[in-house]
Design a protein around this ligand. Structure first.
Ligand code: BG6
Length: 461
């Protein structure tokens, strides 16, 4: 039997744009705008307009989450809901009132709030006016928004995150075009990565000015995807090394160590795509490492040497250094197309312990997305999601191994508390411990919710 510490946090993660619905928002984020202008880009034409109706139904959702043993909820504040005027940082009173109600309701249900400030949801106006994260002005506007959040909600909220998966913004919005504005521009993506690191550090500096020497904590949430080389051949090894630098260390190193990896900087410089940075900005990054790290883990990457020559891709793309592939024979989450590899969670725990001064961390997302869960409904309407239970159990066993070796992991947040709307796949794949019938907005606990509640009550697998 595996036992977790009595202080271990059993939580769930969601995000504002994926749950709230667009009721009464003063502005659109990039996804709202994309859906309004091109609904066909979304699975079954379903966009973020209603999502899981958390805006109206949050009391009920939180009550169900509490029944599922969820003691901490990591969600996000939408910039486009809270702020009336991006330039001045003036707050929209309805937005502030909504988040106040939600935080109070969380606390009333015994659910600790963990608030994240950006979950892919850049205000579209800031893209249209400034190019979004390409602009250092947007960095400063983000800090204004973050400061408002700290001031408005810091009396009740101790746990904060600046960004969720900034690397997905770099890749999805600027590099590979999966997310609006769907750009495929390597040099811009490099600058965006730098600017988001800077924005995180500046927001942390603002937080520490407001709350010096308190028990409050601030961090960043990174999707770590350990890169495993296809072979011991030096070309495959070098490919995996660059994948690790570009996919993981690009945010992990500045956030925890306060500086970018020298090897990555040298490569980008040699390729003439290094970001525009000033000494003063780098000093802010150096002075403001995170207190805590959120790690979203779903899958590893298998990496081999690229099949393009270094100078053949113009303009620059990181693909000149590595190629990802699906390793034959691996267990896949077929619906989501991701390899299931719990061992990587032990590897992440070891890496943080050995190379990142054993920073305190949380598994801030981990979960299994499955299509067509109606197939698994039993006679009384409960999804029999034994596959999800097995997925969480295997990952928690792997995590426990890393913790037994001394890694300072403080909690596990399943993705997700409730079936929620997803960026490219809408409601195709379901992740929740709570099922949401999107036609009736009827919400019911799945079998995994009962399993999680028991785990949360006993700390024992
Ligand atoms: C993470 C995100 O990347 O993975 C979530 O933080 C997302 O927002 C989750 O929903 C699952 O991915 P997807 O694309 O299947 O929804």
């Amino acid at each position: 039997m595996t036992t977790f510490p009595s202080t271990f946090m059993w939580g769930a993660a969601t995000s504002g744009p994926q749950t709230e619905g667009n009721f009464h928002k003063p502005h659109q984020n990039v996804f709202d705008y994309w859906y309004a202008t091109d609904p066909a880009a979304f699975d079954a034409g379903v966009g973020p307009d209603t999502a899981s109706n958390f805006y109206n139904d949050y009391e009920h959702d939180l009550e169900l989450m509490a029944q599922a043993g969820i003691k901490g909820l990591r969600t996000s504040i939408q910039w486009t809901r809270l702020i009336a005027d991006f330039e001045t940082g003036e707050v929209d009173p309805d937005g502030a009132a909504f988040y106040n109600r939600v935080i109070d309701a969380m606390l009333a249900h015994g659910i600790r709030p963990y608030l994240n400030l950006h979950h892919f949801d850049l205000p579209v106006e800031l893209y249209q006016q400034y190019g979004g994260w390409e602009s250092k002005h947007v960095v400063d506007l983000f800090v204004k928004f973050a400061t408002q959040c700290f001031k408005l909600f810091g009396d009740r909220v101790d746990d904060w995150y600046t960004f969720n998966e900034p690397k997905v913004v770099v890749d999805g919005q600027y590099l590979y075009g999966w997310h609006y504005p769907c750009l495929t521009d390597g040099p811009k993506a490099v600058q965006v990565a730098y600017n988001m690191n800077l924005a995180s550090a500046k927001a942390i500096a603002a937080f520490r000015q407001l709350y010096p020497e308190t028990t409050k904590q601030i961090g960043i949430i990174l999707n770590l995807t350990p890169a495993y080389a296809a072979s011991t051949d030096p070309a495959d090894q070098a490919a995996a090394r660059f994948a690790e630098l570009w996919s993981n260390n690009l945010f992990l190193d500045p956030a925890v160590r306060g500086h970018f990896p020298a090897e990555l900087v040298a490569t980008l410089k040699q390729d003439e795509v290094l970001w525009d940075a000033t000494a003063a900005e780098l000093a802010i990054i150096a002075a403001n490492p995170v207190d805590v790290l959120g790690v979203n883990y779903y899958h590893p990457v298998r990496v081999q040497r690229p099949d393009v020559s270094p100078k053949s891709l113009q303009p620059w793309l990181p693909d000149i250094y590595f190629k990802e592939y699906a390793m034959p024979g691996r267990v896949m989450n077929v619906d989501r197309g991701w390899e299931i590899y719990p061992q990587a969670l032990t590897d992440i725990a070891d890496n943080l312990r050995l190379n990142y001064h054993n920073i305190p961390w949380f598994v801030s997302e981990n979960g299994m997305g499955v299509a067509g869960e109606e197939r698994f409904l039993n006679g009384v309407g409960v999804v029999q999601d034994d596959y999800r239970i097995a997925f969480m159990k295997d990952h928690l066993e792997a995590l426990a191994k890393g913790m037994a070796a001394g890694s300072d992991c403080r909690g596990y947040f399943v993705w997700s508390g409730i079936d929620c709307w997803s960026w490219n796949h809408a409601y195709h794949n379901r992740y929740g411990l709570i099922r949401n019938d999107i036609h009736t907005q009827t919400k019911t606990l799945k079998k995994s919710a009962a399993w999680y509640a028991k785990l949360s009550a006993t700390n024992q697998l």
